[in-house]
Design a protein around this ligand. Structure first.
Ligand code: GLA
Ligand code: GLA
Length: 664
C-alpha cells in the first residue's frame, strides 16, 4: 500500500515552509460587508489558509445548469489579495434542493427501508449514478474556473465522506454491492462458501438474489455484514477517486485531499486504505468529554500519522472551544485551545485548521465555536486564536519533518474493529477502539512513546508491538506476525484475537486460532463476564469483560499472571530473541500499565523521558524537535531536559500546556 505525499501548492513566489493555520470559511452565510472585516481579522490571527465552498452547491448552481460564481470569484480574489490561500472544496458535499426534488432516487435508504430526506446534509447515495453525474459536472466546472486561480493551494473533495451516508441500503447500493462481490469472489460458489450460506438456507443461485443486510428477522449473515462494511467503505473510495481523477486531469499539479474523521468511534471508513487515494492526508478531530479524552486526541493524531506513513498531514478541522452536536457541549478550559492544536502538531500536523472561521448566526451549528466567536474580536477566545497563530509562526522550522518512529507500536486494524463488534458474539460489550486506547493510555502512563500503525505497516523496526483484539487474521497477516517474532520482535495480543479468517470463519482446533502456535496456548471455551463481574489476577490487577480458560501447550511459555483458580491469565512465549504474549482479559489502562511495564522491560524498551516526567507528560518527537504535552491539570517542573526551548517554558510546564524544544 503506497501513501502519496505532495504538500500544498505554494500561492506566492518565494513562499517559505510554514505551519498552515486557518479554518473552514463560509462567507456565503454573511453579508458582503463582513468579508473585509473577516480578512482583516484573519490577518491579525495569522491565518494562512481557508477551506471554501464546502456546502455551497445550492449557491453556486441555484438552478440546474445555471451558475452563480460571482461571489466566489470575489472572495477568492479578496483572500488572495490578503495573502490567504484557499483549499477549495469541490462543493459536492450536500446536493441542492432542485436536485433531490428532481431525482429523489439519489436519496439514501436506511436498513429499515426509510428514505433519508433532505433538510440536513449529505443526502446522497454513494453509489447513485445520477448523483455522480451531477456532482462530477460541478467538479469539472469548478476545476475549469478556479484551477489557475493564484489563491488555490489544494482541492478539498466533498467533505467528511461517509459522515452521515456511508451505509446506504437502497437499490443502487444493492446493485453496486453485487458488482463489488462479483469482483471479490468471481463465482457464486466462492461467495456461497465465503458467506457460509449452507447455514439457515441462505444458498444463492443467482447474483440478483443478493441484497445488502437490510432489516432481517434475526442476525443477518455475519460475512454478508462484514463484506457490506468493506463494500461501503470502498464505494466511497471509488467516489473519492472519481472526483480526484477528474481534478488531476483538469488541474495537474494541484494536490487533492479529503478530510478523514479519525476520531472517537467513527469506524466505517477504512482510512488505512483511503490514504493511498489522496495526495496528502487530512483529518478532522473533535474531543469527547471523558477521562481519556486527551489520550484519545493523541491516539487519533498518532494514528493519522500512521495512516499517512509517518509523513506530515493536514488537520482540517477541530474546534476552538465547544461543539454543538454532543448532548452537552463543554467549552474548552484556558490553555486547551493551544494544547489541543499543538498535540496534533506534535504528531505530524503541518496545518492547524478549525471548523469554522466565523461562528454562525443561524443554522444547526450556531452554537459551535469558531475562530471568531459570537462575542467578536474583543474576546478571550479570539485573543487565544491570535496567540496560537503567533506560536505556529515560531514553530515554522518544524514543518515538513515527519515523525520519528518510536520503539513500540500499537496495531490498529479496521477489519478487526468491524468484525469483532458484530452481533451474535460471545459478548456484545467488547469495544475494539477502547481496548486499543487503553493500551495507548498505559504507554502514556509509563512515558513510553508508541506509534499507532495500520495493520499493513512494516513492523520490523519496532521492538514491541501490541495488537489488541486482532480478531481477523488472514494467512498473510499470520505469516507476517510469525516472521516479526522470529526476527526478534516482541508481539503482545489480547482476548478474541486470531479467531477468524478474512471470511469471518473460525480457525478450528482451539482458540486463538491463527495465533495459537505462535502464542503456545490453546483455549477451548471463551468465558466472557457478566456486567459487574470481575476476575482478580494474582498480580494485583482485575479483569472485566472477558476471560479465557487457557491451556499452555507450547515450549517456552511462561505464565505471567493467573486467575484465582490458578488458570493462566497472561502468558508469554519466548521464541529465539523474540516473544509472543497474550492478555486474556480486559484490564483497562490502570491494570495494563504494570503489565505493559513488565513486557517493555523484558523487551528492553525504556522511556526516553526523565523519571519525574513519566506519566504526567506526553512526549512526541519529530526529527530534532521534542514536544512535551502536560497531561495533567497541574504544573509540572521540567528537569533533566537539554536543548533549545522553542515554545513554552524551559523549567515549568503549565497546566494544559505544551513545551517544544530542539534537542541538543
Ligand atoms: C464536521 C463537519 C463540519 C462541521 C463540524 C462540526 O467536522 O465537516 O462541517 O459540521 O463537523 O463539528
Ligand atoms: C433456536 C433455533 C435454533 C438455534 C437456537 C440457538 O432454538 O431453533 O435453530 O437458532 O435457537 O439458541
Amino acid at each position: 500500500m503506497t501513501t502519496n505525499h505532495t504538500w500544498l501548492r505554494p500561492t506566492r513566489p518565494g513562499q517559505q515552509p510554514r505551519l498552515e493555520y486557518g479554518a473552514d470559511y463560509n462567507p456565503e452565510q454573511w453579508p458582503r460587508e463582513t468579508w473585509d472585516e473577516d480578512i482583516r481579522a484573519m490577518r491579525t490571527a495569522g491565518v494562512t489558509v481557508v477551506s471554501l465552498a464546502i456546502f455551497s452547491w445550492a449557491r453556486l448552481e441555484p438552478v440546474e445548469g445555471t451558475y452563480d460564481f460571482g461571489w466566489l470569484d470575489e472572495i477568492m480574489d479578496l483572500l488572495h489579495a490578503g495573502g490567504i490561500s484557499v483549499d477549495l472544496a469541490t462543493a459536492t458535499a450536500s446536493p441542492p434542493p432542485w436536485l433531490t426534488t428532481k431525482h429523489p432516487e439519489i436519496l439514501p435508504v436506511d436498513r429499515e427501508g426509510r428514505t433519508i430526506w433532505p433538510g440536513g446534509r449529505q443526502q446522497w447515495r454513494p453509489t447513485s449514478p445520477i448523483f455522480r453525474e451531477h456532482a462530477l459536472r460541478l467538479v469539472r466546472v469548478m476545476a475549469e474556473r478556479y484551477g489557475n486561480h493564484p489563491a488555490l493551494t489544494a482541492w478539498h473533495v466533498s467533505n467528511e465522506l461517509g459522515c452521515h451516508n456511508v451505509y446506504d441500503f437502497s437499490d443502487d447500493a444493492a446493485a453496486a454491492f453485487r458488482v463489488w462481490l462479483q469482483q471479490r469472489y468471481s463465482d457464486l460458489g466462492a461467495l456461497n462458501a465465503a458467506w457460509g450460506t449452507s447455514f439457515w438456507s441462505q444458498h444463492y443461485s443467482d447474483w440478483a438474489q443478493i441484497l445488502p443486510p437490510r432489516l432481517a428477522a434475526t442476525h443477518p449473515n455475519p460475512t454478508q455484514q462484514l463484506d457490506f462494511k468493506r463494500f461501503s467503505s470502498e464505494a466511497l473510495r471509488v467516489y473519492l477517486r472519481a472526483e480526484r481523477d477528474l481534478l488531476h486531469e483538469l488541474t495537474p499539479g494541484v494536490p487533492v485531499t479529503t478530510n478523514f474523521m479519525i476520531m472517537g468511534e467513527t469506524k466505517a471508513m477504512d482510512y488505512a486504505a483511503w490514504a493511498a487515494d489522496v495526495d496528502f492526508v487530512s483529518n478532522d478531530h473533535y474531543r469527547l468529554p471523558g477521562a481519556q479524552d486527551l489520550d484519545e486526541l493523541s491516539f487519533s493524531a498518532n494514528l493519522t500519522s500512521g495512516v499517512a506513513g509517518g509523513k506530515p498531514w493536514f488537520l482540517m478541522e477541530h474546534s476552538t472551544s465547544a461543539v454543538n452536536w454532543q448532548p452537552i457541549n463543554v467549552a474548552k478550559k484556558p490553555g486547551e485551545l493551544a494544547r489541543d492544536a499543538l498535540t496534533h502538531v506534535a504528531h505530524g500536523a503541518d496545518a492547524v485548521c478549525y471548523f469554522q472561521w466565523r461562528q454562525s448566526r443561524a443554522g444547526a451549528e450556531k452554537y459551535h465555536s469558531g475562530m471568531m466567536p459570537h462575542a467578536g474580536a474583543d474576546s478571550v477566545l479570539f485573543r487565544d486564536v491570535t496567540a496560537l497563530g503567533t506560536t505556529l509562526r515560531e514553530l515554522a522550522p518544524i514543518s515538513g519533518t515527519g515523525r520519528t518512529p518510536s520503539r513500540a507500536a500499537i496495531v490498529f486494524d479496521w477489519d478487526s474493529w468491524w468484525a469483532s463488534e458484530q452481533d451474535s458474539h460471545p459478548s456484545d460489550r467488547l469495544r475494539y477502539k477502547q481496548e486499543a486506547l487503553d493500551w495507548y493510555t498505559a504507554f502514556l502512563d509509563l512515558g513510553v512513546r508508541a506509534d499507532v500503525l495500520p495493520s499493513h505497516a512494516d513492523l520490523s523496526g519496532y521492538d514491541l508491538v501490541v495488537a489488541p483484539i486482532l480478531h481477523v487474521v488472514p494467512q498473510p497477516l499470520k505469516q507476517r506476525l510469525e516472521a516479526y517474532v522470529d526476527g526478534g520482535g516482541h508481539l503482545v495480543t489480547t482476548y478474541f484475537s486470531g479467531i477468524v479468517d478474512e471470511n469471518d470463519h473460525v480457525y478450528l482446533g482451539g482458540y486463538p486460532g491463527a495465533l495459537r502456535d505462535l502464542l503456545g496456548i490453546r483455549i477451548e471455551e471463551f468465558e466472557p463476564l457478566l456486567d459487574g463481574d470481575t476476575a482478580p489476577l494474582d498480580n494485583g490487577t482485575t479483569g472485566t469483560l472477558w476471560t479465557d480458560r487457557i491451556d499452555v501447550t507450547g515450549d517456552g511459555v511462561q505464565v505471567l499472571a493467573r486467575y484465582k483458580d490458578g488458570g493462566a491469565a497472561i502468558t508469554r512465549r519466548t521464541v529465539g530473541t523474540g516473544s509472543a504474549a497474550y492478555v486474556s482479559t480486559r484490564l483497562a489502562a490502570d491494570g495494563l500499565a504494570p503489565v505493559l511495564g513488565d513486557l517493555l522491560e523484558r523487551a528492553g524498551v525504556t522511556s526516553e523521558l526523565p523519571a519525574e516526567l513519566r506519566g504526567r507528560v506526553e512526549l512526541a518527537v519529530r526529527g530534532e524537535y521534542w514536544f512535551l504535552v502536560n497531561r495533567t491539570a497541574e504544573p509540572v517542573e521540567l528537569t533533566g531536559l537539554d536543548g533549545e526551548f522553542l515554545h513554552g517554558s524551559a523549567d515549568r510546564l503549565e497546566p494544559r500546556s505544551v513545551t517544544v524544544l530542539r534537542k541538543a
